[in-house]
Design a protein around this ligand. Structure first.
Ligand SMILES: [Zn+2]
Length: 390
C-alpha cells in the first residue's frame, strides 16, 4: 500500500473515497481477502465485508478504513485493516476455527476528507444520516456523493440504513493507531479505548461583496475575510474557556480566491470537541456569537450550517473490561478522535484497541508506529478475536 495515493504537494497520503488511490486500495483489500478464501461483498453504502464463516446475527467484526485526510499519515485506518488480515493469518496458523462468524470490514469515507461528513459509510448503514442529505453532499470539485457513488458502481438510490448489514454484526472491534500521547506516557504498546469526545463540524459562511483590491476604499468594503479571520481567533478563545475544549479551523475557502481580489464569500470550517454535548455546543455558540458580531461590523452576512455531529461515546464497559482482561490488563484511555466504532456504539457492542504512536502526531505525514508495536497490535487483536469467536 505504501506507494498508493502519495500526495506530492502536501506530503503523506491523500486517499479520498472513490477516487483512484482509494479504489486501488479497495481492490488490494478484495484481493488480499479472496486470497484468504474470505467471502467478499460490498454493501449498498460502499462498505466492504470479508467473511470467515457464514454471515449470521452473532458475528464478531473487525476492521477500519482505507481513506485518509488530505496529506494524512500511513497508519490511520490502514493499520486496522492490515492488522485484521494479519490477525486472521495468525489465528489460522494456530489452526483456530471460529465458532461464531468473523468478518473484516472496510468502511467508506471515514475521514469525511472528500464529502465533509466523517464516518459516512457507517452513518449511512446505521441510519445516522438522512440518505437524501448524503446524496447531495458535494466534494471540492462540485461532484455529488450520488454521482461519485454511481461512478464507483453503487446504486445511489439504495444508499441508506441497511438493517441486514447491521443485524449481522454482534460485536465490532476496531484497531487503530493512537492519535495522542496516552500510550507513550503509560509505556504500553497497546491499550483499549474508554470514550470519545463529543465532536462536530460546522461551516461558517461569510458573504460580503467581491471587488477590486486597489480601487475599493477601506470604508467602502464589505470584506468577508475580515470577520473570517476574527472567527479563527474566536475559536481558540472559545475552546480555551471550556473545560477540555478543542476547536480548530483547518480549512478556509475564499471565493473567488485571487490575490488582488476582495473575496465575495469566505467559508470557514470549525471542528469543535469537548467532553460532553453541552460543552461542545457552548464552544460553537460562543464562536457563532463572536463571528456574528464581526460579520456585522464589516456589513457581511453570516450563515452557520452544522455538517456533522456526534455526542460523547462511552464504549461498552463490559466488553472493554473483557478485552483488557484478555490482554493481561492493558490500560484503558479516552480519545479525542472520532471513529466508525463510535458511530456503531449506538447500535451494538463496540470496542477499540489502540497501538502506541511514538510522537502522538496523527492526521499528518509524521504519524508513525514502530513495527514491534504493530506486531503487538496484531497479536492483541488475534487474542481478542479468538476469545470472542471461540
Ligand atoms: Zn482513522
Amino acid at each position: 500500500m505504501e506507494g498508493v495515493g502519495r500526495d506530492r504537494k502536501r506530503g503523506g497520503y491523500s486517499r479520498h473515497v472513490f477516487e483512484p488511490a482509494e479504489r486501488e486500495l479497495r481492490e488490494w483489500f478484495v484481493e488480499e481477502a479472496e486470497r484468504r478464501d474470505l467471502a467478499v461483498r460490498t454493501d449498498r453504502n460502499g462498505n466492504i465485508w470479508a467473511w470467515w464463516g457464514e454471515p449470521g446475527t452473532d458475528a464478531v467484526v473487525t476492521g477500519s478504513h482505507l481513506d485518509s485526510v488530505p496529506g494524512g499519515g500511513a497508519f490511520d485506518g490502514p493499520l486496522g485493516v492490515v492488522s485484521a488480515l494479519a490477525a486472521v493469518d495468525a489465528l489460522r496458523a494456530q489452526d483456530f476455527t471460529p465458532i461464531r462468524p468473523l468478518a473484516i470490514v472496510v468502511f467508506a469515507e471515514e475521514e469525511g476528507g472528500r464529502f465533509g461528513v466523517p464516518c459516512l459509510g457507517s452513518r449511512l448503514m446505521s441510519g445516522a444520516i438522512d440518505p437524501d442529505v448524503a446524496r447531495r453532499l458535494t466534494d471540492p470539485a462540485g461532484i455529488t456523493f450520488a454521482e461519485a457513488a454511481a461512478e464507483a458502481g453503487l446504486d445511489p438510490a439504495r444508499v441508506g440504513r441497511d438493517d441486514e448489514a447491521l443485524a449481522a454484526v454482534h460485536t465490532f472491534v476496531e484497531l487503530h493507531v493512537e492519535q495522542g500521547r496516552g500510550l507513550i506516557d503509560l509505556g504500553a504498546p497497546v491499550g483499549v479505548a474508554s470514550s470519545i469526545l463529543a465532536h462536530g463540524r460546522w461551516r461558517f459562511g461569510f458573504a460580503g461583496e467581491g471587488n477590486h483590491a486597489g480601487a475599493t476604499l477601506l470604508g467602502d468594503r464589505r470584506d468577508p475575510m475580515v470577520p473570517a479571520a476574527e472567527m479563527v481567533l474566536a475559536a481558540r478563545i472559545a475552546a480555551s474557556e471550556v473545560d477540555d475544549g478543542r476547536a480548530t479551523v483547518g480549512r478556509i475557502v475564499p471565493n473567488p480566491g485571487g490575490t488582488n481580489v476582495i473575496a465575495s464569500t469566505v467559508d470557514v470550517w470549525l471542528d469543535a470537541r469537548a467532553g460532553d454535548d453541552a460543552s461542545t455546543r457552548e464552544i460553537v455558540e460562543r464562536v457563532r456569537a463572536m463571528a456574528a458580531d464581526a460579520a456585522e461590523r464589516e456589513n457581511c452576512v453570516l450563515t452557520v450550517v452544522e455538517e456533522s455531529y456526534g455526542d460523547t461515546v462511552v464504549f461498552d464497559s463490559e466488553l472493554r473490561d473483557q478485552v483488557s482482561r484478555a490482554l493481561g490488563g492493558v490500560p484503558a484511555l479516552p480519545t479525542g478522535a472520532g471513529h466508525d466504532a463510535g458511530i456503531l456504539a449506538a447500535h451494538l457492542s463496540t470496542a477499540m484497541l489502540f497501538v502506541r504512536n511514538p510522537t502522538g502526531i496523527s492526521h499528518a505525514p509524521e504519524e508513525f508506529a514502530e513495527a514491534d508495536d504493530c506486531q503487538a497490535g496484531v497479536t492483541a487483536l488475534a487474542t481478542v478475536l479468538e476469545r470472542l469467536t471461540g
